[in-house]
Design a protein around this ligand. Structure first.
Ligand code: GLU
Length: 307
């Protein structure tokens, strides 16, 4: 078909585009917000440091290559989300990655290469050098510290439950007996349910990607999904008429930036960067423009650990 552009057809296209925007909820309607709702105009700009010298083999290699490779999540709206059409990453973790990269001398606009790394392969990706840093809802714990080092904690989350809006019988972790609960391979919340099967009594269903659990929940295949509250609030904010977060956290999930085990110099440089941005207000600004819009109100971040 030959497309003839007329003023009338242009008007139809324009009005269609406008109604799509309204349905997308970017204007603050009660509709769905696929992929989150970053306030792009309010994101901070990060000044790129010059002549950065850090005694880290990983950083020196990145400087030579001219790109910092950062592992990220791609299916967590408001935290780490990759827009399928533009391929751009957005969310709070992405902003944390950008502020750190800028302080390490990499321009967030062109010198970061984000790589999607799912929960179960984070340690491998870091230790094999597939990523220089990992910024993706990564809980610091002793088990993981055997394989990688962390800079953090830069945020404190807690395990919670996501259910369908009309769910009445699940009120918290104590009402999971016999319920089907979906979570992600290699994640601490799944491990918690499995390690404490006697206590919670949930039947666990495992997937590799968070969005697969969300689909299972929406389709009625499982009764709940469990992971960190920050992640779940993002899915609930995406589909406010269909999903809700219970709001009773039952673990502590301190987020850290993963890096090569024992790379003290890089760890210190990353900690310095996070600290500087927490002090100059850009951390809060980034939070308010991303995760803050999903219903997780800003609270003072936990104290950074320097050992
Ligand atoms: N923070 C938890 C973890 O590191 C759950 C979120 C995730 O899978 O990234 O396992």
């Amino acid at each position: 078909m030959k497309i003839v552009k007329t003023a009338a057809s242009a008007a139809v296209v324009l009005s269609l585009a406008l109604s799509v925007t309204a349905c997308g909820g970017k204007e603050g309607t009660a509709g769905d917000k696929p992929g989150g709702d970053t306030d792009k105009k309010s994101l901070p700009a990060y000044k790129v440091a010059k002549d950065v010298k850090v005694d880290s083999a990983v950083l020196k290699k990145a400087q030579k290559r001219g790109k910092l490779i950062i592992g990220a999540k791609s299916d967590q709206p408001y935290l780490g989300f990759q827009d399928p059409s533009t391929k751009e990453y957005e969310g709070f973790d992405i902003e944390v990655a950008k502020m750190v990269a800028a302080d390490l001398g990499f321009d967030p606009k062109k010198d970061i290469q984000f790589k999607t790394i799912d929960s179960s392969i984070r340690e491998t990706a870091i230790s094999k050098g597939q990523v220089d840093l990992m910024v993706g809802t990564y809980t610091i714990n002793d088990e993981r510290k055997k394989q990688v080092s962390f800079a953090g904690p830069y945020y404190m989350a807690g395990q919670d439950l996501l259910v369908r809006k009309d769910e009445k019988s699940i009120k918290g972790p104590d009402s999971l007996k016999g319920k089907k609960v979906c979570s992600i391979v290699g994640s601490t919340p799944l491990q918690n349910l499995k390690d404490n099967k006697d206590k919670y009594g949930a039947e666990t269903v495992e997937f590799g990607k968070y969005t697969e659990c969300v689909k299972q929940l929406l389709d009625g295949q499982v009764d709940a999904m469990t992971t960190d509250d920050a992640i779940l609030k993002g899915y609930a904010a995406e589909r406010p008429t269909k999903l809700k977060v219970i709001g009773k956290t039952f673990s502590e999930e301190p987020y850290g930036i993963g890096l090569k085990k024992g790379d003290k110099a890089l760890q210190t440089a990353v900690l310095d960067a996070v600290e500087a941005h927490q002090k100059d207000g850009s951390y809060k600004k980034a939070y308010d423009a991303t995760l803050g819009r999903s219903g997780s109100k800003f609270t003072e971040p936990p104290a950074l650990e320097r050992d």
